[in-house]
Design a protein around this ligand. Structure first.
Ligand code: CP
Length: 317
């Protein structure tokens, strides 16, 4: 793997490699995430053209735990505001000897565009592009599920909400499908669910009671207001009444079901505080695991095979 732009073209074994390496970065006794020298001497630049709290920060922590040198470009104070093009910005940063760009952008395809134009030795990692993909989010979600519920192929997983505009849902469905989840369900209003090819095996529900019945994992998504035409946008109250996850609705799922959300959460719109802060919620654990998973992805695309072999050998001792 040279770049990590989406899960397209990956196989189950690639996903398991990422999940296993992420596991090796967590100290089993203390749950602390280790610091390792895998990317010492490498320079990683985080280019977030769209707001982010979790992804940007956990990437930065992950890069530092891999011992890389880290630079965060402040886009709002950069020369892009004076009319410098995306490509000129990219090439100038490359001239500062970047080894990898982590890119978030509101346009679908932005990370691919970067990957097409960087020098051959430079890596690009997609931290979320438009409605297209958010592959490290999907991987940290798979890690969380595997860690808390065991093998994914035994599980029924429901993704609830604005599926149509969600890059997270697209990547999650790909990952769940590659890991052969027993059932992948999507639940939401007709206007917010895209058509799925039968081959993907996704079951569509518009009713929370039916869709949540007996599931092991409930993944909530927020309404992506910024990507929605106003005609499609339901009112927050109306949406909560029909699709908000309340304690009563959560009781339709298995009693030990976990509740996930990629964040940011909108309390009282897609999820009730009693659920997001309740005992079945693993929302903040997702954030922590994001560090280890992002470390694993960056290590795999940037380290050479000998370094990774050495690391595995050390972990085994
Ligand atoms: N899950 C996620 O992408 O959150 P941020 O927008 O805060 O990075």
């Amino acid at each position: 793997l040279k770049h990590f732009l989406s899960l397209d073209g990956l196989k189950q074994q690639h996903l398991n490699e990422i999940l296993d390496l992420a596991e090796s970065f967590i100290n089993p006794q203390t749950n602390e995430i280790k610091k390792v020298p895998l990317l010492r001497g490498k320079t990683i630049m985080n280019l977030f053209f769209e707001p982010s709290t979790r992804t940007r920060t956990t990437f930065e922590i992950a890069e530092k735990r891999l011992s890389a040198d880290v630079m965060n470009l402040n886009i709002s104070a950069s020369a892009t505001k004076k009319g410098e093009s995306l490509l000129d910005t990219l090439w100038n940063l490359e001239a500062m000897q970047a080894d990898m760009f982590v890119v978030r952008h509101a346009e679908s395809g932005a990370a691919h565009f970067f990957a097409e134009h960087v020098a051959p030795h430079v890596h690009v990692l997609n931290a979320g592009d438009g409605q297209h993909a958010h592959p490290t989010q999907a991987m940290l979600d798979m890690f969380t599920i595997r860690k808390l519920k065991g093998d994914i192929f035994d599980l029924k997983v429901a993704i609830v909400g604005d599926i149509l505009h969600s890059r997270v849902a697209r990547s999650q469905i790909q990952a769940l499908s590659l890991l052969e989840a027993r059932e992948i369900r999507v639940i939401g209003p007709k206007t917010l669910i895209p058509p799925y090819p039968e081959s993907l095996g996704v079951q569509v529900y518009h009713d929370m009671k039916q869709g949540l019945d007996d599931v092991d994992v409930v993944i909530m998504l927020r309404l992506q207001n910024e990507r929605m035409q106003s005609a499609l946008l339901p009112s927050a109250d109306e949406y909560f009444k029909t699709y908000g996850l309340t304690e009563e609705r959560l009781s339709y799922a298995k009693p030990n079901a976990i509740v996930m959300h990629p964040g940011p959460i909108n309390r009282g719109v897609e999820i009730d505080s009693a659920v997001s802060d309740g005992s079945q919620s693993v929302i903040l654990q997702q954030v922590t695991y994001g560090i280890a998973v992002r470390m694993a992805v960056m290590a795999i695309i940037m380290s050479n095979a000998a370094q990774l072999q050495q690391l595995k050998h050390e972990q085994a001792q």
